[in-house]
Design a protein around this ligand. Structure first.
Ligand SMILES: Nc1nc2c(ncn2[C@@H]2O[C@H](COP(=O)(O)OP(=O)(O)OP(=O)(O)O)[C@@H](O)[C@H]2O)c(=O)[nH]1
Ligand SMILES: [Mg+2]
Length: 332
C-alpha cells in the first residue's frame, strides 16, 4: 500500500466540498483479468441495469410500453434525460430498419446504440507527439487527480518512459509531501516548491523536464469547484504559464471525474472544458458505483475522449478506456 494513495487531512475550507473518500483498501491480488475486474467494479451498475433489462428483454412484442420502461431504466442508471432520448430514438430506428419485432432483440439494439455513442470516445492518449509531453490534471476536490497521477506514472514507466511529476497542488502542503514520498520510492522526480504559486511550480517542472530529457510530465493541480470562479480563472492562468515555459504545453488537459457524482459530472465537463479546453477525461472510482450510465450522458453532452478509467485505489487499477469492454461490463 502506498501512503501516497491515503487521503490526508485537507486544510480548512476544502472540507465541506469534499465527497467522502472511498474506504481505503487495496484489493489483494486476485489473479483476475482486467475485464473481470471491470465487471466486478461495475457490478452495481450492472445489477441494476442488467436485472431490469433482463426482465424487459425477456421476449414478447415491442410496443410503446416497452420503450417507456426502457426509458425509466436508463434514467435510473444515470444516463440522463438527453442521452436517454438520444438512445431511444436510435433504438427505434434500428427496430424499424432491421424489422425487429421481439423484445429479446432489443438488447443487441441497445448495445449497438451505446457502442455508436461511446466508441468515438475510445481514443488512446498518444504521448509520442511531443517530448516532453506535458499532461495537466484538473478536477473537483477529491475527484482522484493525485491518485491518477501515481497510477499514470507507473503506467508510463512500465512502457519504458521517463516521468516527472509537478506538485502543482500548492493549496495543501500535505499533497506535495505525499507526492514526494511516493516519487522517492518509485524513482520519479517530483518538482515542488513551498512558494504556494502553482504557476511557478509548473514553470520549474517544465524546465527541469527539458534539462533532464524527460518523456512525460504529470502536473497535479488543487481541487476546485466549477462554481469557484476565481479558482477556475487561476487554473486557466496556470495553463497559460505552461504555454510560456514550453509553447504548445500542456499537450493534454485531463479532467478527472468521480463516477459517483452522477449527472453533475456532465456539468463539470462543460465548465472545465469552457475554462481550460479539456482534451481527455478520466473516469475514476467506477468500482462500486451504480452510476456508470453517466458515461453515456457525458458522451452525448460533450464528446471528449475518455482516456482512462479507474476501478480502485491500487496502482494498477487504471486502464485505457475500451468502449466494447465497458458496455459488456455494464450490461451483460
Ligand atoms: N475506490 C476508488 N477510490 C479511488 C479511486 N481513485 C481515487 N480514489 C480515492 O479517492 C480519494 C481521493 O483521491 P485523490 O487522488 O486524493 O483526489 P484528488 O482529486 O487529488 O483530491 P484533492 O487534491 O483533495 O482535490 C482517495 O481516498 C483515493 O484513494 C478509484 O478509482 N476507486
Ligand atoms: Mg490531489
Amino acid at each position: 500500500m502506498f501512503n501516497f494513495f491515503k487521503k490526508d487531512k485537507p486544510e480548512a475550507g476544502a472540507e465541506e466540498n469534499k465527497p467522502k473518500p472511498a474506504e481505503a483498501a487495496v484489493a489483494p491480488e486476485t489473479g483476475k483479468s482486467w475485464a473481470e475486474r471491470l465487471k466486478l467494479g461495475l457490478a452495481k451498475t450492472r445489477n441494476q441495469l442488467g436485472s431490469q433489462l433482463a426482465g424487459l428483454f425477456g421476449g414478447g412484442k415491442i410496443d410503446a410500453e416497452i420503450y417507456e420502461e426502457l426509458e425509466s431504466i436508463l434514467l435510473t442508471a444515470d444516463v440522463g434525460i438527453s442521452a436517454t432520448e438520444f438512445l431511444l430514438d436510435d433504438i427505434k430506428n434500428r427496430v424499424k430498419r432491421q424489422s425487429l419485432d421481439d423484445t429479446a432483440q432489443l438488447k443487441t439494439a441497445l448495445k449497438e446504440a451505446l457502442s455508436d455513442l461511446l466508441s468515438p470516445l475510445q481514443q488512446p492518449l498518444d504521448t509520442s507527439t511531443h517530448k516532453p509531453f506535458i499532461i495537466m490534471l484538473a478536477g473537483v476536490n477529491g475527484a482522484g487527480k493525485t491518485t491518477t497521477i501515481g497510477k499514470l506514472a507507473k503506467h508510463f514507466q512500465s512502457q519504458g518512459k521517463s516521468v516527472l511529476i509537478a506538485a502543482g497542488d500548492t493549496f495543501r502542503a500535505a499533497a506535495r509531501e505525499q507526492l514526494q514520498v511516493w516519487g522517492e520510492r518509485n524513482n520519479v522526480h517530483v518538482v515542488a516548491q513551498s512558494s504556494g504559486d502553482p504557476a511557478a511550480v509548473m514553470f520549474d517542472a517544465i524546465n527541469s523536464a527539458l534539462a533532464k530529457n524527460i518523456d512525460i510530465v504529470l502536473a497535479d493541480t488543487a481541487g476546485r469547484l466549477p462554481t469557484q470562479l476565481h479558482l477556475m480563472e487561476e487554473i486557466a492562468k496556470v495553463k497559460r504559464v505552461m504555454d510560456k515555459a514550453l509553447p504548445g504545453a500542456p499537450h493534454e488537459v485531463l479532467l478527472v471525474l468521480d463516477s459517483n457524482t452522477g449527472q453533475n459530472a456532465v456539468n463539470q465537463v462543460r465548465i472545465f472544458d469552457d475554462a481550460l479546453g479539456v482534451t481527455g477525461l478520466v473516469l475514476s472510482k467506477l468500482d462500486g458505483t451504480a452510476k456508470g450510465g453517466v458515461i453515456a450522458a457525458i458522451a452525448q453532452a460533450r464528446p471528449i475522449p475518455i482516456r482512462y478509467i479507474g476501478i480502485g485505489e491500487a496502482i494498477d487499477d487504471l486502464r485505457p478506456f475500451n468502449a466494447a469492454e465497458f458496455i459488456d461490463a455494464m450490461i451483460d
